[in-house]
Write a protein that binds this ligand. Structure first.
Ligand SMILES: [Zn+2]
Length: 258
């Protein structure tokens, strides 16, 4: 048996219901949220929002004092790359969260089922993955509902974890998402595997910046980089005593307080 990085759960990972919070969020004054209005650097705004809002509404990173790391994979499922990523995660008994695109899920429902069957978590990432600036709030919500319904149809399970393409949202979209009970999940570690770099560059980037407790790592499972980088990243991170958990596990373990 390969060494397990973290004990596997006896049941499916814990989940939570953001519905009540979303209803409360509907009453929040948008101007009080500090959401970007086009002039503030996005990272600063994100950090400020993350410091103020409950993690179950808006998550950029987990608790710094935890031993948990969340690997997240966007833009799949991909018929060649996603199985490679799943095989590598299984070898190390590591769990991750996959933010899938509806259109691709429709083409590869078996991969969607496999992700869940192997103990990982599903989030959604719109149906078409269009440029955020070209999509009105109402169109975004229609993609959110369409993708959520598709995932439920394929797996029998609902997901409330949403990641916006490019991590971009307006105040209006954010409020719509919260009203619909969605948790918005961003990231705090980005090796930029989507920029056309060599996989070795990504591996070097991670080696120079070892993961820390609470990190939420952005990667993409529709590109070959993740499968090249994962073996070393998984074993280095396990060796430093950190566990790989799903996003919901981190939210639940944080007690969802702030
Ligand atoms: Zn994406």
């Amino acid at each position: 048996m390969p060494r397990s990085c973290a004990p596997l759960p006896s049941a499916m990972p814990a989940r939570y219901d953001a519905g009540n919070d979303a209803r409360a969020a509907a009453h929040v004054d948008a101007r009080g949220l500090g959401v970007p209005s086009g002039f503030a650097p996005r990272q600063i705004v994100r950090a400020g929002m993350a410091a103020l809002l409950p993690r179950r509404w808006f998550l950029v990173r987990g608790r710094r004092n935890s031993q948990n790391v969340c690997l997240t994979f966007d833009d799949g499922p991909h018929p060649q790359q996603t199985p490679r990523v799943l095989d590598l995660l299984a070898k190390q008994h590591a769990r991750a969260t996959f933010f899938i695109i509806g259109q691709r899920a429709e083409e590869h429902p078996d991969l969607v089922k496999r992700i869940l069957a192997e103990g990982h978590e599903l989030g959604h990432h719109t149906f078409f993955h269009r440029k955020p600036e070209l999509v009105a709030a109402s169109a975004l919500m229609s993609e959110v509902h369409r993708t959520s319904a598709l995932i439920e149809q394929i797996t029998g399970r609902r997901t409330r974890l949403f990641r916006p393409p490019n991590g971009k949202l307006t105040t209006s979209k954010l409020l719509h998402l919260w009203r619909a009970g969605q948790s918005v999940v961003l990231w705090n570690v980005d090796a930029k595997d989507y920029a056309s770099r060599l996989p070795q560059d990504i591996a070097d980037w991670f080696r120079a910046r070892p993961l820390r407790g609470g990190d939420i790592v952005l990667m993409h499972d529709d590109m070959p980089h993740a499968a090249v980088v994962l073996p070393q990243l998984l074993s280095d991170t396990c060796a430093s005593g950190l566990n790989f958990v799903t996003v919901s596990e981190e939210i639940v373990q944080s007690g969802s307080v702030r």
